[in-house]
Design a protein around this ligand. Sequence first.
Ligand code: HEM
Length: 260
Amino acid sequence: MARQRGHDRWIGRIVRALFALWAEGTRRRRLGHQAGRRKNVSHPQQIIPHGHVLRYTLRERLVHWIAGVSYVYLLGTGLAFWSPWLFWLAAALGGAQVSRTLHSWAGLIFVGAVWYMYVMWAPQMKHTDDDRRWWKALKYYSTNQDEKMPPAGRYNAGQKFLFWGFFWCSLLLLLSGVFLWAPQYFAWHSLLAMRIAVLVHASAALFTIGLFMIHLYMGIFAERGAFGSVIRGDVSIAFAKRYHPTWYKEIVGESSSPRK
Ligand code: HEM
């Protein structure tokens, strides 16, 4: 009983900490906008020797990999709970008990990382008219006819879709996950509420799995050179010109339009 109360107190603290983090992020973003400041401004110093351009700072890469590693762990343990056919994954990831306990904590780490991505990247992920044209030209993208695509900024419309997909799904996963973790903490908990939470949790997770598979394919196989950018931080100038021409022009100062 005392152990249960301690557990409940921890969950209460976590929920409060997440709200505090959210409020702080919103406050900082508002202050940043008021001061006319932009994070990650495109500037000529991003051009580095040997024909390369800095694409991701160390902080961006660290946050990305915290999200990546925690997501893979969540995926493995989550699939193990989803189907008896995949329960062997839990055994491989430390056993049923360890997987059940760490799944929730890894979830908090993942949501924290996605939240930090939101703070870093949300202003650059706004949809624009170019993005609408990009979706219309998707058939050229899928057949590698990049020269027929409308020029993309730092992120193309597909990358923005992935970002927002992960962002909204992580919120749904957090809300349903905290409830499933400790339903007794919520006065209104019931069997129906549990069923709804399971449905929301599983649907949001399945949607992220679809996004994740496309992300892996694009990042590792389709856009040659992209993977190095989340490891070393840079891409070749040829890569920047081919996939993100507007971003490249902003860096070298050829574009007067604001960064998208
Ligand atoms: C664990 C395996 C992962 C790999 C191999 C991977 C790979 C990559 C690569 C290569 C890029 C750079 C793309 C570019 O700038 O052209 C990237 C960017 C990005 N990744 Fe991942 N990633 C992984 C996991 C994740 C997860 C779990 C998330 C979910 C939050 C995520 C979210 C993002 C976002 C939002 C970007 C920037 C926009 C974009 O390129 O789509 N990644 N990742």
